[in-house]
Ligand binder design. Structure first.
Ligand code: ZN
Length: 432
């Protein structure tokens, strides 16, 4: 989930007129752009792609399950979603970490309840499609699902506020199958600073992780839950690196050297993750890949904020709530006004991280279904993942390295986190 909630509740009437207008103005550009991006995938690239175990570490599809009643078995050709069982199969996606993201504003006072509802929504989808999807909780489960040609469904909690400052709740989430937690989302919580509001003087910050925050990291190490440093403030990152006993992941983060968004990772951070043995999973969101896209978003921000307020006031006057589906549709309309970057930019980020941190420390964290359609040209869903393999091959990457990027690195880190958990859980024999 990206942080452009400012656009979430844009105006109804105004957006409709703008949509009509922008589809006329930009319609031609985007069809031309997608023609260029529809480069065929060679037999060699396809063979490499199909021999890999591909794991994506971030998709916001559970919002759709819960709020939209979306069925992952859908084959609706008009569905603009990034993830379905059909799209996953076409892209040879073996494992998806479904994001359990609780909007801290709209769920104030009941974070845990909404966390449980989202977890339930993933299980319900797996129960509906037992022939094509299974819940997975370990590296061994992912491999088993892959052999059985089923999508391995994993879960990561996006934002430490979900634990409501309660270590028992953290353990309960682990027991329900959650295998990573992002220490903060765009909001600073009571124990970890976020990059999303680090410059907001109204927010009470902690200079990184609090003492309790450090305990949370150590408990995650003990449980075998991967520690995710996407979204966190820089100081939180460094505190985490200093305290963790297991490799960390950035479940969906790109490189700051190429796009100076504070949510992206500096080269020093990339090197620190390499030293820690972890992995940085590149985010596909255009605003994190393309400096021009990001600036265009920022340029829109003021108009959009005004529009948001107008829309909200309208609904308030009518006594109506703002629905997720409407917010998502309106947000897509705003995003669609900005030209999509070429696929090359996504590959540039992978390449940069591979060069700075090493090819053992980079992977894929798409942010599918969390970016309102703002992905690079040619990447319209999980079905397009083979294009990434083709592009890496074109850049001279060896087959073995491509397979590491597609999922091998993540599986290595996950296995190490499992091993550290076993070691940390050994209770010393008491001698009397
Ligand atoms: Zn996110």
């Amino acid at each position: 989930m990206t942080h452009h909630r400012i656009f979430h509740a844009a105006l109804a009437l105004f957006a409709l007129t703008t949509l009509l207008l922008s589809s006329v103005v930009f319609g031609q550009t985007s069809s031309k752009a997608s023609d260029q991006a529809d480069s065929p995938v060679s037999a060699r690239a396809r063979a490499i792609h199909d021999s890999a175990i591909i794991v994506d570490t971030h998709a916001d599809t559970p919002q759709r399950f819960l709020d939209e009643g979306f069925d992952i078995g859908s084959t609706d050709p008009n569905d603009v979603g990034h993830v379905s069982l059909d799209k996953a199969r076409r892209g040879n996606l073996a494992g998806e970490f479904f994001s359990i993201w609780v909007d801290p504003e709209t769920n104030q006072g009941h974070f845990a309840r909404h966390t449980f509802d989202l977890i339930d929504s993933v299980y319900e989808q797996a129960a509906r499609h037992p022939d094509r999807m299974m819940m997975a909780f370990s590296v061994a489960d992912i491999e088993r699902a892959h052999q059985q040609h089923k999508l391995a469904a994993l879960m990561g909690i996006e934002g430490g506020h979900s634990i409501e400052n309660d270590i028992h709740l953290l353990r309960d989430y682990y027991r329900l199958g959650v295998r990573y937690m992002t220490l903060s989302w765009s909001n600073t919580n009571e124990w970890a600073d976020s990059s999303g509001d680090i410059n907001d003087v109204k927010v009470q910050h902690h200079d990184g992780l609090t003492g309790f925050g450090k305990q949370v990291v150590l408990e995650m190490n003990r449980l075998g839950m991967m520690v995710d440093i996407s979204h966190v403030a820089d100081k939180t990152f460094w505190d985490t690196i200093a305290v963790t006993k297991a490799p960390v992941i950035a479940s969906h983060s790109s490189a700051r050297a190429l796009d100076s968004h504070p949510r992206n990772m500096t080269d020093d951070m990339l090197r620190a993750v390499a030293k820690n043995g972890g992995v940085v999973q590149v985010n596909f969101y255009s605003g994190f890949l393309d400096e021009d896209f990001r600036k265009a978003m920022e340029a829109q921000a003021k108009d959009q904020a005004a529009a948001v307020h107008q829309y909200e006031d309208q609904l308030k006057a009518q006594g109506k709530p703002v629905a997720y589906v409407d917010r998502d549709r309106i947000e897509r309309e705003w995003m669609a006004k900005i030209p999509r970057p070429p696929l090359k930019l996504l590959i540039d980020h992978i390449d940069h991280i591979a060069k700075v941190a090493g090819v053992d420390h980079v992977g894929l964290g798409s942010d599918f279904d969390g970016v309102s359609g703002a992905t690079p040209q040619g990447i319209d869903s999980a079905a397009d993942l083979p294009k990434i393999t083709q592009a890496l091959l074109d850049r001279g990457y060896a087959a073995e390295d491509i397979k590491k990027i597609l999922g091998g690195n993540l599986l290595r880190v996950f296995a190490t986190v499992e091993r550290v958990s076993r070691e940390e859980s050994v209770v010393p024999v008491q001698t009397r």
